[in-house]
Design a protein around this ligand. Structure first.
Ligand SMILES: Cc1ncc(C[n+]2csc(CCOP(=O)(O)OP(=O)(O)O)c2C)c(N)n1
Ligand SMILES: [Mg+2]
Length: 493
């Protein structure tokens, strides 16, 4: 589209359309009526929620299942302030949420009028890019920039708009933002990775969230099969390798799979794909310090800021996980075309999995029915999940316990609060997941405490907007995870 005269509200809405946005989550407010008024004509569905936190979680959930930027909007001041926690969840998840944040009118900024708050500082640490529309004429350009940065820096962005700047006349050019390909990273790094992987006695792959985001499952599977390398999922990313695969060991980290942790303990080379290897995800578990400190480490991630962060590696590659892994496999096949399957290693993995399955089973077989033992409950409901189900998970004792039970066969299925760890994530995120993947059954799993923070109110949203998600609430009448701290460390007070 060539440059055209339009209102800034039109420029914004046209930009949203160019980016493929069809749903926007938020709560109505006088600050953005001009844009809101255009949504129906543009075919954009405005999904009103009960609390703005859920709007940002829904945009995040939708972004994570679609892989495309998604949008939330709210009233200046108190509405926008309610986004903060959810935006931070999206930030640590590298999820492209674009927050449209109308603010006090340009002529009133600083006067202490109605609903005033400087809205930039509070998102400074939870966005990859922020911009204030400083001239209404720049609406299309800056809105486009917010999408460009969300897509290419893999994280939430903020477009802050003085509320009077929705009106008037501007000239804008509308076109979709490009996705800049990263490629496989530097060829030298790829070669070093191939040499290291080839020499490994016991290579183990850590499949992080980046495997989902890059759509790299086929490539990671080829790499695992070529090397006969067991694969562990990073913490709260149980969907980054098919659970039924021979070489799948399940997740490391809090309440994860002992088979995964015992397996990675044996590694002499770890290939970390799309993970920052955050400290919370490698902490000792089940009294086991499983992280192989002496192993050589290869780390590939598209986000340069997560390399050399929590773990020092021997080979780094800043590249797209899919492209990197594909080329790594190709290079390995060149170097050693006839590499046989390591049957002993495969059998060893099988054995670890059987031992862990039997142990988990023994914890989960209580026959008591009222109240049912939580582990029995978790085993039963996770077994009943359809194979294409998407599960959003919250934070709490039960939400953590299910890490050992949740199995997925495909990517973009396990959508969790991750290291932000906020109670109240699951239900709002599930609303967005359902709109992003309408064919999939979507289950929001949380404790009763977390459900009270956000879920209960958002049931009104789900019913009114006809967004059929299933809430599973582990109701134990307690903030269980914190009660556990009081029991364990405060003499049961
Ligand atoms: C927003 C927020 N507030 C408080 C906490 C601290 N916290 C962590 S787990 C937890 C208890 C969760 O209780 P519930 O959802 O009922 O799950 P349960 O542990 O009982 O399974 C709390 C309060 C948090 N993580 N996030
Ligand atoms: Mg509880």
């Amino acid at each position: 589209m060539a440059r055209q005269k339009m209102t800034p509200s039109e420029a914004l809405v046209e930009t949203l359309l160019a980016e493929g946005v069809r749903d926007i989550f938020g709560i109505v407010g006088s600050a953005f009526m001009g844009a809101l008024d255009l949504f129906p004509a543009a075919g954009i569905r405005f999904v009103p929620v009960a609390h703005e936190q859920a709007a940002a979680h829904a945009a995040d959930g939708m972004a994570r299942v679609t892989g495309r930027p998604q949008v939330c909007i709210g009233q200046n001041g108190p509405g926008i302030a309610n986004f903060v926690s959810a935006m931070t969840a999206a930030y640590w998840a590298h999820s492209p949420v674009v927050a449209l944040t109308p603010e006090t009118g340009s002529m009133g900024i600083g006067l202490g009028g109605f609903q005033e708050l400087d809205q930039m500082p509070m998102f400074a640490k939870s966005t990859v890019f922020q911009v204030r529309v400083n001239q209404p004429q720049r609406m299309a350009e800056l809105a486009r920039r917010a999408f460009y940065m969300a897509k290419n820096l893999n994280g939430p962005t903020q477009l802050n708009i003085p509320r009077d700047f929705f009106y008037g006349v501007c000239e804008g050019e509308i076109y979709p933002t490009p996705l800049i390909r990263r490629g496989a990273g530097a060829i030298e790094d790829l070669e070093a990775a191939a040499q290291l992987a080839l020499k490994a006695d016991y290579p183990v792959i850590v499949a992080g969230g980046g495997v989902s985001q890059a759509g790299a499952l086929a490539e990671v599977t080829s790499l695992a099969e070529y090397l006969t390398a067991p694969v562990v999922n990073s913490y709260l990313h149980n969907d980054t390798f098919p659970a039924s695969h021979d070489l799948a060991c399940g997740p490391i980290g809090y309440c994860g799979s002992k088979a995964a942790m015992r397996t990675i303990q044996k590694a002499d080379v770890v290939i970390a794909l799309g993970t920052r290897l955050g400290p919370f995800g490698t902490l000792p578990q089940y009294d086991m310090a499983y992280w192989p400190e002496k192993a050589k480490l290869i780390q590939c991630d598209t986000n340069i800021e997560v390399l050399d962060l929590a773990q020092r590696a021997d080979v780094y590659s800043c590249g797209d996980v899919k492209a990197f892994t594909a080329l790594l496999v190709r290079r390995l096949r060149e170097l050693a075309p006839e590499r046989p399957v390591d049957e002993a290693r495969r059998a060893g993995v099988q054995r670890e999995k059987e031992i862990w399955a039997a142990e988990l089973d023994s914890w989960s077989s209580s026959t008591r029915s009222a109240p049912m033992h939580p582990r029995r409950f978790h085993r039963e409901w996770t077994r009943a999940l359809p194979v294409n189900a998407i599960v959003t998970t919250d934070i709490g004792n039960n939400a953590s316990m299910i890490n050992a039970y949740l199995r997925f066969e495909g990517i973009r299925r396990h959508i969790s609060a991750l290291s932000w760890g906020n109670c109240g994530f699951a239900y709002g995120a599930a609303l967005g997941c359902k709109l992003g993947a309408p064919e999939a059954p979507v289950i929001a799993f949380q404790g009763d405490g977390a459900y009270g923070i956000s879920g209960v109110a958002e049931v009104m949203t789900a019913v009114r907007e006809n967004i059929p998600v299933v809430a599973i609430v582990a109701s134990n009448d307690e903030w269980g995870a914190e009660k556990k701290n009081q029991i364990d460390f405060y003499d049961e007070r």
